[in-house]
Ligand binder design. Structure first.
Ligand SMILES: [Zn+2]
Length: 289
């Protein structure tokens, strides 16, 4: 699922030192990208962002290591709190970063839109004073993770579930329609995944989604640029290597094994990496970089 991280580049900007909560940062601070303007993410350091998937019982098996128990998630959320860190949605994180207020914030993301996000993750996030982004699949509403050959099958959020998560203060982002590897798609299918899912989510929640998450973390310059052209203000990947940019943001995998010492090590690794984000070409510059 992931590829090894390549060598960090040097065009890094240090994270701002301001220690201000994100509560006063409003959604309007993160606009849809102006395609002819320079990439707002370019040159910035990638913010620390944790990647989760499912939260629940692991006894049915977890061959892809994508499920953490509620007890483990609670421990990880407490770990953040003990260090004075607040987990926030990507939209809050990036808006705060634009104002130099992201030093004590960590992005929390949940991929695939499992139904257990609403029943297990949201109550814990709220109890610990965190928010998160859930990247959902509007082409599989109420379906299952049928794209994972080995299973086990886990139910995905319905439209009502997505609305409930949104009403609970969580950011709803798009993971495409069907969980396809975008790098394998022709232009029409790529557009359907990006633009089609965006429109469906706007209909479901009444809010145009700001964020996209590349399925399987698979991203190349063409699909990163396509995410920007589709109107997303940002997009998440996993280990994008040289493609890292505001529309291929790296994230840190967090799993069941991640106790306090391991989280500490992962945070340290992120801080040492200091990868600067590359700029995507603007439309006026033409196609792929
Ligand atoms: Zn996924």
């Amino acid at each position: 699922m992931t590829r090894p991280m390549t060598t960090a580049r040097t065009s890094d900007l240090l994270a701002p030192a301001a220690d201000v909560a994100a509560a006063d940062v409003h959604a309007r601070d993160l606009h849809a990208p102006d395609l002819h303007a320079p990439d707002v993410h370019a040159g910035r350091r990638a913010p620390w962002t944790l990647m989760y998937h499912s939260v629940g019982d692991r006894r049915a098996g977890d061959p892809y290591q994508v499920t953490v128990t509620p007890q483990r998630l609670a421990g990880q959320l407490r770990w953040l709190r003990r260090r004075g860190l607040t987990g926030v949605s990507m939209r809050e994180l990036l808006a705060a970063r634009a104002h130099g207020r992201a030093a004590r914030l960590v992005g929390l993301t949940f991929d695939d839109g499992y139904a257990d996000f609403l029943t297990e993750a949201v109550p814990l996030l709220r109890a610990h004073g965190h928010t998160a982004t859930v990247f959902v699949l509007p082409g599989r509403l109420g379906g299952t993770n049928a794209w994972d050959p080995e299973g086990p099958r886990r139910p995905l959020l319905t439209a009502d579930g997505i609305r409930a998560a949104h009403a609970a203060g969580m950011e709803i982002g798009s993971h495409g329609l069907l969980h396809r590897d975008l790098t394998t798609l022709d232009d029409a299918a790529l557009d359907a995944e990006l633009t089609g899912s965006r429109g469906l989510l706007a209909d479901i929640t009444g809010t145009v989604p700001a964020g996209f998450c590349h399925p399987y973390g698979a991203v190349d310059p063409r699909t990163a640029l396509a995410a920007r052209r589709a109107g997303y203000a940002y997009a998440c990947a996993v280990d994008p290597g040289p493609v890292a940019c505001g529309h291929a943001l790296p994230r840190t995998y967090v799993g069941q094994a991640d106790n306090s010492p391991r989280l500490h090590a992962k945070r340290l690794r992120h801080r040492l990496r200091r990868t600067g984000l590359a700029a995507l070409p603007t439309l006026s510059q033409g196609g792929d970089a």
